[in-house]
Ligand binder design. Structure first.
Ligand SMILES: [Zn+2]
Length: 318
């Protein structure tokens, strides 16, 4: 077997003369072809690499450009269901369910197929559909919540508790503010508020820029950059928490890591990732011969895959 999968500041797949790097974490990349799975900051360093040819989906490139206000050059825009030839490889693009435009890449080689999930979500949300199940020989899967016990309540239950919290706070004269990741999570929370509560939504300018990309792709979100005040609900980036004092503010956070926090009233476990059980179910359904784990609980997930599914598994990163 000459097909190689390894970690070199990103996931590298190599056979003969063809090498591609997936989600490199640096701009200094010695490879000619880069695939970028989605628009979150920890996956997009490769967009700013000058020499290599970049490949990503339309929404991912648009969101990256809107957030960073930088232009991506030498890039091929892809859609779900599309196939592109890179050297001797055929690369297929699938939905990974994580955020708008997030992609899984299946790489077809003469020695078998490799599936890279990027960040993965296996349930439908108000904006995204669950990831596709794609059969493969070698699976490279994210492990953010890849440890036992990291299991989320149903999305409906989380949505209900968030709506209830907002209504209670508005009725008691407070200004509820969600602090969330500005790409993906913010738009899901805004959609939830738009659909279930008739109340104006105030957002931070960064979130507004991302919303405009969503809007161009026909996902309409009602929100504006007005100053939060009584009777409104606000959605702000987590990084802005504590940076301004808003009188009457009550804050909450929507993140999968809420599972670990004691204060259940202010922390909602709304995640854009698959939980532990969903990761194992996904692995089972795509039927790989070997699994490489990346990002997060890599050793733990690999161990569970070996024990529970009886499939060869190991972390890719050293
Ligand atoms: Zn992500």
């Amino acid at each position: 077997m000459n097909l190689k999968v390894y970690w070199d500041s990103g996931v590298v797949v190599q056979l003969g003369e063809t090498t591609i790097c997936l989600d490199p974490q640096t701009t200094k990349i010695p490879y000619d072809h880069i695939l970028i799975s989605h628009a979150h900051r920890d996956h997009t360093a490769g967009f700013l690499a000058l020499k290599p040819k970049k490949y990503s989906t339309y929404p991912t490139i648009d969101i990256f450009e809107a957030v960073t206000r930088r232009k991506v050059n030498n890039v091929k825009r892809l859609s779900y269901g599309e196939k592109v030839k890179i050297g001797d490889f055929k690369v297929f693009v699938y939905n990974s369910g994580h955020i708008l435009g997030s992609a899984m890449f299946k790489i077809e080689t003469s020695e078998g197929t490799v599936l890279y999930t990027g960040d993965l979500n296996c349930v439908d949300t108000l904006i995204t559909s669950a990831a596709n199940n794609v059969q493969c020989d070698i699976l490279i899967i994210e492990s953010t919540y890849g440890n036992s016990g990291l299991v989320f309540p149903s999305r409906e239950k989380i949505y209900r508790s968030m709506v209830k919290w907002v209504v209670e706070k508005i009725c008691s004269g407070k200004i509820p503010i969600f602090y969330v990741y500005p790409v993906g999570k913010a738009q899901e929370v805004i959609r939830l508020l738009n659909e279930f509560i008739e109340v104006e939504v105030a957002v931070h300018p960064t979130i507004e820029r991302v919303n405009r990309v969503y809007s161009r792709l026909n996902i309409k979100l009602q929100a504006s950059t007005v100053q939060p005040k009584k009777g409104l609900v606000a959605v702000y980036p987590t990084y802005s928490y504590g940076s301004q004092k808003i009188s009457g503010e009550v804050s909450a956070f929507a993140t999968g890591w809420a599972l670990r926090f004691k204060n259940k009233e202010r922390f909602f476990p709304l995640s854009s990732h698959a939980d532990f059980n969903q990761l194992l179910n996904f692995i089972k359904s795509v039927n790989p011969k070997i699994v490489y784990t990346v990002f997060g609980f890599t050793s733990q997930l690999a161990k569970h895959v070996r024990k529970k599914l009886n499939i060869k598994a190991k972390p890719l990163q050293i």
